[in-house]
Design a protein around this ligand. Structure first.
Ligand SMILES: [Zn+2]
Length: 156
C-alpha cells in the first residue's frame, strides 16, 4: 500500500491509497479518481512526505478514492451553478432529445401506442397527449408509457 497526496482542480487536498504507482496511473487514466469533496476528476499527485504502509503501524483502513459517479455529464457551462439550475438544464436537454427522437402523434397517442404494442404499427418512439383515463387504461394493458410534465410552449 502506498499513499499519495492528491490535489483536485478546485484545490482540495486528499489522500489516495493505491496498490502501486502503476495502480495510481491506471486509475487516473481511466478517470476513476475523483475528489471526495467536490467530485472533480481533475486530480493530480502532489509532493508529500513519503509514507509507506508497512502493515504493522497505523491500522488505518485503506481508503480508496471514490470512483466518479455515473451521473449525466455536466458540461462547463454548468460549473458553479446551483443544483436546481443544473437539474433544470439537464431536464431541458433531455426534453430536447426526447422531442427530436420521437414522432408526435398528438391525440392519436393512446390508439397508436396500442397498435405499436400489439405490433400492428411499426415499432418506434412516439409522443402525444392522453387523458388520465387513457393513460391508466394503457398501463392496465401493459403498454409501456411514461408521463412527462412538459413546460408549456415546448410542444409544437
Ligand atoms: Zn475537490
Amino acid at each position: 500500500m502506498i499513499v499519495f497526496d492528491l490535489l483536485c482542480a478546485a484545490g482540495h487536498r486528499f489522500e489516495g491509497w493505491f496498490g502501486s504507482t502503476k495502480d495510481f496511473a491506471s486509475q487516473k487514466e481511466r478517470h476513476l479518481l475523483a475528489c471526495p469533496t467536490c467530485g472533480s476528476a481533475k486530480v493530480k499527485r502532489v509532493p508529500s512526505a513519503t509514507r509507506a504502509n508497512l502493515g504493522a503501524v497505523e491500522p488505518k483502513p485503506a481508503q480508496a478514492p471514490k470512483a466518479a459517479p455515473e451521473a449525466p455529464a455536466k458540461t462547463p457551462d454548468m460549473e458553479g451553478k446551483d443544483p436546481f439550475a443544473i437539474a433544470q438544464m439537464l431536464y431541458s436537454r433531455m426534453l430536447d432529445d426526447l422531442l427530436t427522437k420521437t414522432e408526435d402523434v398528438g391525440k392519436d397517442f393512446p390508439a397508436e401506442a396500442r397498435r405499436i404494442y400489439y405490433k400492428e404499427s411499426p415499432e418506434r418512439a412516439i409522443r402525444g397527449q392522453a387523458t388520465q383515463q387513457e393513460h391508466d387504461d394503457l398501463v392496465d394493458e401493459g403498454v409501456p408509457v411514461a408521463r412527462l410534465p412538459l413546460p408549456s410552449g415546448r410542444l409544437n
